[in-house]
Design a protein around this ligand. Structure first.
Ligand code: ADP
Ligand code: MG
Length: 224
């Protein structure tokens, strides 16, 4: 087992905007250890989503190196990137992106089937995760029949379905009112800790960030 779940070196990304080049990430060096929960802070526009897209192998156009569970992944072909996302990573977004025609349980079952689990095992794990998120009575509900907080809990269950070594969360409670956000976040952190996953959570909520193990800030394209 490698020492770190994530090791990023000299990560850089620029965009052209109206003929002007902006350097959003200017050489990020950064590691996350096993089971470590890290908050990524920074004002809107500071590059948090850009950094998560790089680490999550969701976008190209980066320079530098990214190692996940000891494997260099920054320059992999698309099939290999899909494999890394499926086998090593879990994702939670600001908006849940659940499959609307499937139940809460099925939304947590499906990623496990894609990875080769049997239906019986996937269903057992989905029910366990959703129970632990307080959704034992909502297993058969469709996303549209759930509240915003419940939808986001399902998204958390889905992210953890395949026991990822690293969960990437981009403003995971940004779409919820403050009281609900606090509750969902506490449940999210508890489940991530129980499962032993590491997490990188982009947020501009300082209160939320204080509940993690470590805080890093993006400022002018660098981490401080
Ligand atoms: P944050 O998530 O911290 O709010 P982002 O990573 O979304 O910040 O954006 C950082 C900067 O990069 C912003 O100035 C944004 O406009 C720019 N940016 C992000 N994605 C693109 C893109 N696809 N094309 C051009 N500019 C982009
Ligand atoms: Mg963002």
């Amino acid at each position: 087992m490698s020492e770190t779940v994530l090791a990023v070196k000299a990560l850089a990304r620029s965009f052209e905007q109206g003929g002007v080049r902006i350097d959003v990430l200017r050489g990020i060096d950064f590691t996350i250890g096993h089971g470590e929960i890290v908050a990524l802070l920074g004002p809107s526009g500071s590059g948090k989503s850009t950094m998560l897209q790089a680490v999550g192998l969701l976008e190209g156009g980066f320079s530098g190196s990214i190692a996940i569970d000891g494997e260099e992944v920054g320059s992999l072909e698309s099939d290999a990137r899909t494999r890394i996302r499926r086998d090593h990573l879990g994702f939670v977004y600001q908006f849940h992106h659940l499959l609307p025609d499937f139940s809460a349980k099925e939304n947590v079952v499906i990623p496990q089937l894609i990875r080769g689990a049997t239906y019986a095992d996937a269903e057992k794990r989905a029910a366990s995760l959703l129970n632990r998120l307080g959704l034992g009575h909502r297993l058969e509900h469709r996303p549209s029949q759930l509240s915003g907080g419940e939808q986001q809990r399902v998204a958390v269950g889905r992210a953890l379905a395949n026991k990822p070594s690293l969960v990437l969360a981009d403003e995971p409670t940004g779409n919820l009112d403050e009281a609900t956000a606090d509750i969902v976040l506490a449940e999210f952190l508890k489940l991530v800790r129980e499962e032993g996953s590491a997490a990188l959570i982009a947020t501009h909520n300082e209160r939320l960030a204080k509940k993690t193990d470590r805080l890093v800030r993006l400022h002018e394209g660098r981490l401080e």
